[in-house]
Design a protein around this ligand. Structure first.
Ligand code: F42
Length: 144
């Protein structure tokens, strides 16, 4: 039986923020640039292993967006490939954990969620200006 304990990020600041969420049992109080975060548990596209991935909290009418910004890096974050390969996963917001399904957006739908995302976390606009790639946006819809 494979060990299903999710792995932590190799990046110290991301790992430490994740460990605080796990220790306190809530994402409340965890912020980046004064804005709240949520915690996704994604499955690796190649390894098949579970991995904790904190992202900014972009919520609208019970749905969330996942913005593959990676701080405006030239390449997509690796979690972009994980969420595409395994689009059903859990997301923790506060103390509540639910199952969601991710759908990558384009066109008008992406534009709508991009505006919601920038309102929630204004640095996304700076990240887009920094990189040639179009930053991918997923909508995360709750699974009944
Ligand atoms: N990143 C964002 O892109 N957007 C956000 O809104 C965001 C918010 C945020 C808030 C709090 C916080 O603590 C971190 C936040 N981050 C945000 C950072 C985010 O959590 C990721 O750390 C960051 O986006 C980089 O993603 P990454 O997946 O590239 O991370 C690397 C460093 C990583 O974790 N690598 C691991 C490793 O061991 O090298 C995992 C690699 C992996 O997932 N491999 C896959 C597998 O199968 O296991 C294969 C992937 C493939 O190539 O197909």
């Amino acid at each position: 039986m494979a060990d299903e304990t999710p792995g932590l990020s190799p990046r110290a600041w991301v790992r430490e923020q994740t460990e605080t969420i796990l220790a306190t049992g809530t994402t409340d109080g965890q912020e980046v640039m004064g804005k709240p975060v949520v915690l996704l548990t994604l499955r690796g596209a190649k390894s098949g292993q579970l991995r904790y991935t904190p992202l900014m909290r972009v919520e609208h009418e019970g749905e969330y967006a996942a913005v593959a910004s990676k701080g405006g890096a030239p390449e997509h974050p690796l979690w972009y490939y994980n969420i595409r390969a395994h689009p059903e996963f859990t997301l923790q917001d506060g103390k509540v954990t639910k199952t969601y399904r991710a759908r990558e957006l384009s066109g008008d739908e992406r534009a709508k969620w991009w505006d919601i995302a920038v309102e929630a976390y204004p640095p996304y606009a700076d990240y887009q200006a920094k990189t040639e790639r179009e930053i991918p946006v997923f909508v995360l819809e709750p699974i009944a």
